[in-house]
Design a binder for this molecule. Structure first.
Ligand code: GDP
Ligand code: GDP
Length: 455
């Protein structure tokens, strides 16, 4: 059963943390080696270390559901990445920034034994510009003697430093009390989505697929004068674009227009930009260059969308360059690369000539509809009852897990929890997902299915 548990942890790690939908978000930021991972483990109350990273390899941020004094929140760990010293400052700042943007409050960890470094000062500057509540943890204060070192961190200008020892747990309770004091009841960040009734789109894709061309083509049609729209608060990096008379926010377009990723180069920054756009958007439009072979980067971007739980539309651009031969080839490529993605709407366009760009809004709306789909518990259980009766779970060691009950716990994206008497085989889970899609649509949206075993 140990093995089962491991499988369970792997299989459901992401959906579990996804269940924390509206919980307030706390980001843990700080330089490498100050003890962020140790602190995260301390807060989560577990002993095993967060997986050690390969030096030089950046790690995605990881979210965990956390609890203190009966209150739930989402903990975002930014720790553990390592880069060459030259790029360090920039890397820290970029990583921290992406995490801070999606957080309701920030836990800034400093190594009290080292004291405030120039990098710490830079992070402070960034924190100030974001205007989010910050709690300063002075870590590695393993004993009273070291408290004086912690006090020196008043110099950072972030208020009272909380002396803690992530390693031994010292001071962690007081720190968490303070965390709860500053965290809102619900995540303001999540609530901000669609606050003005206008949907948010992230236009994504690797360099040169035609993002800025498409943006220009679409923006040309727009007649809305943004400043005249009452009650809209405008983030200067977002643009309002009207498609078929319906306004949309295209988020983070400054990055596309300024071609940030081109000047900076590294994939890493492109992926950070993608992540930050995804956090603000409800639906992602992933642009591919249909005239070229699909690349790993294309696939990674699509995976990022799915992991973020956003609605997805795939757009094959540069269709003017696609002849019959290439068309066949592309079909094969996409069937292989996007094998589990039959549900995502795919449209072919040519940004350069605006051919078929008028089909985009319909695809976006279809994906958003799927993303917001809610299936009543009655319908869901009626459907699952029939499904399971006709296709029971295969026997495993003489036992057969039974499905007791299922319910959709949330939308955006749809999350379904299935209560069972035992773990379900991954293949059987995929089978259920496939049939759910056949039955209920869920066009353009990932679905989260998690399993809760009842004794
Ligand atoms: P991160 O890179 O910020 O995530 O840092 P880690 O959590 O990996 O910690 C870096 C090193 O500092 C590890 O060797 C930890 O064991 C050590 N460390 C973390 N917290 C403490 C602490 O409170 N006291 C002491 N003495 N060492 C600590
Ligand atoms: P971005 O890096 O994703 O923003 O891509 P750009 O919009 O800068 O486009 C990259 C190149 O592809 C430019 O030379 C564009 O003119 C070209 N391009 C964009 N869309 C199309 C298209 O639909 N057809 C053709 N033939 N070229 C295109």
């Amino acid at each position: 059963d140990e093995e089962d548990l491991q499988i369970l942890n792997q299989e459901f790690a992401a959906p579990e943390s996804e269940d924390s939908g509206g919980w307030p978000v706390l980001a843990v930021v700080g330089r490498p080696n100050v003890g962020k991972s140790t602190l995260v483990n301390r807060i989560l109350g577990r002993r095993e270390a967060v997986v050690q990273d390969t030096p030089g390899v950046t790690r995605d941020r990881v979210s965990y559901p956390a609890q203190w004094a009966g209150k739930n929140f989402t903990l975002v760990d930014t720790g553990g990445w390592e880069v060459d010293v030259k790029g360090l400052d920039r890397e820290v700042a970029a990583q921290a920034e992406a995490a801070i943007d999606r957080a309701d409050a920030v836990l800034f960890v400093v190594d009290a034994r080292v004291g405030a470094t120039a990098t710490d000062e830079r992070v402070v500057k960034l924190l100030r510009s974001k205007g989010k509540p910050v709690i300063l943890a002075a870590n590695k204060v393993d004993s009273d003697v070291l408290e004086a070192e912690a006090a020196s961190l008043w110099s950072l200008g972030l208020g009272q430093p909380f002396p803690i020892s992530a390693l031994h747990g010292r001071g962690a309770g007081d720190l968490l009390d303070e965390v709860l004091r500053v965290l809102p009841e619900e995540s303001a960040v999540e609530g901000r989505l669609k606050r003005d009734g206008i949907h948010r789109v992230a236009l994504l894709g690797r360099p040169n697929v035609g993002k800025s061309s498409l943006l220009n083509a679409l923006a040309k049609e727009t007649r809305v004068v943004v400043n005249e729209l009452a009650g809209t608060t405008r983030d200067p990096v977002d643009e309002m674009i009207e498609l078929d008379g319906q306004p949309w926010w295209f988020v983070d377009t400054a990055g596309i227009r300024r071609r940030m990723y081109k000047s900076i180069g590294a994939d890493y920054y492109a992926s950070l930009r993608t992540q930050s756009a995804l956090e603000k958007a409800e639906v992602a439009m992933v642009l591919l260059d249909a005239s070229e072979e699909m690349s790993d980067q294309d696939v990674r971007i699509i995976q990022q969308v799915i992991e973020a739980g956003r609605a997805l539309v795939i757009v094959n651009n540069k269709w003017d360059l696609v002849d019959e031969y290439r068309q066949k080839e592309l079909k094969g490529e996409q069937e292989r690369a996007l094998v589990q993605l039959g549900w995502a709407p795919k449209i072919n366009v040519a940004a350069k000539t605006t051919w078929h760009t008028n089909r985009i809004s319909r695809a976006l709306n279809a994906a958003l509809e799927g993303w917001q789909t809610r299936i009543s518990t009655g319908r869901l259980n009626g459907f699952l009852g029939e499904l399971v009766a006709a296709n029971p779970h295969p026997l495993r060691g003489g036992k057969q897990p039974r499905i007791l009950f299922a319910t959709q716990v949330s939308t955006c994206p749809p999350r379904i929890v299935i209560f069972t008497t035992g773990f379900l085989d991954p293949a059987y889970r995929r089978f259920i997902e496939r049939r759910l899609r056949e039955e209920f649509g869920f066009v353009g949206t990932p679905i989260r299915i998690s399993v809760r075993v009842r004794e």
